[in-house]
Ligand binder design. Sequence first.
Ligand code: SAH
Ligand code: SF4
Length: 406
Amino acid sequence: MSTVIPTIVQPSLAPILALPRGISGETPDALRAWFLARGEPAFRARQVLDAAWRTGAASPAGISTLPAATRAALATEFTWDTVADTELQLSDGGDTEKALHRLGDGAVIESVLMHFPAAPGHRERNTLCISSQAGCAVGCPFCATGELGFGRDLLESEILDQVRSAARRLNSRGRRLTNIVFMGMGEPLLNLDRVLAAVEALNDPRRFGLGARHITVSTSGVVPGIRRLTALGPQFTLAVSLHAARDPLRDVLVPLNRRWPVAEVVAAAREHAAATGRRITYEVTMIGGVNDTDADATAMADLLRGDLAHVNLIPMNKVAHTPWSASPMPVIERFAATLEAAGIATTIRHNRGQEIGAACGQLAAEHAGTPTPAVVAHRRERLVASSAAAIRGERSSEPVPAGIDG
Ligand code: SAH
Ligand code: SF4
């Protein structure tokens, strides 16, 4: 029997195509073509790309190498910064900075910048966690973004302007962005074409120019998307949100598993590791009494034994409307020991920015409004029943979430 899931928010956002063109979403070829069509020399594309990506010009008016008429035309045709309306919140003594970005149509998304000071054997790292969608259609029940439901896909420029914004802030402090992770709001590989184009722009030496190994795409398991990422060629890092190694429980924790079961996801990840020589990162959000038993650890060890893989165990961050919370640390340590005994590199990670709700995957719940008590009660009841059935080994009979195909 399938249940109708009440949505907390019904976003009614303007159609994505009505949004203005952001300059950062333009490829070098598209910009060259734009100049040629206006009867201007193609080399102007280079000047614009440098201004947008390197010198941090605040608007086309600041590109002094261009004629005034060209600057005016650029300002009319393109939005220079699609996340201009940005608010900042700090935590971890200033080392974690959450940015709320209001987009052209009023949608609010978030990115999180984390500073990791240099330590013996490690250089300083500045990692930015970016969003790929407003909300998310996958609906993992422990995730604040999933609770929002799906709003809309982000444009390529809206994805990239989160990076330009953070890079500007860092540069003004004499720091440099060293890593980008697609672990903010949304399922990157369900906004596939735009995310892949953004990933290429970040890697392109004529644009952001960050090494592929420093760009991580995290997915809940969109198999055709993983294959497309692999086919791009560069050694982008793949993170897979695994959470459970057995289908009955993963069906509940990651509803996309009903479309692409865990064995298919891991097979696609192995192909990525084989093609790129890069270890796959598997993320496991540790939920007390739900996915942290010895049987779960053994199943995960059996699934990943011998793979080019690394497992990150992350204690679940509190999310307002689920009945669940983090596994106790000794339980997480025991789970890690089982994986390590099978030869699988395992780390226990603490999420940053908890007091500002800035842990990756925990973004934007505060914009969702408060669900009615009836909706909360329904969600809790459904989760308790479905996870209990999953722990008994029964597969979910609920449908694949709406909006997921491919
Ligand atoms: N949709 C993609 C990327 C965004 S979520 C994905 O699921 O991989 C980024 C990470 O945050 C995922 O591994 C997700 O499982 C994790 N996450 C979500 N909610 C969390 C919570 N409440 N506590 C800890 N990790 C969480
Ligand atoms: Fe979407 Fe990732 Fe959250 Fe799941 S964990 S609901 S896939 S953002």
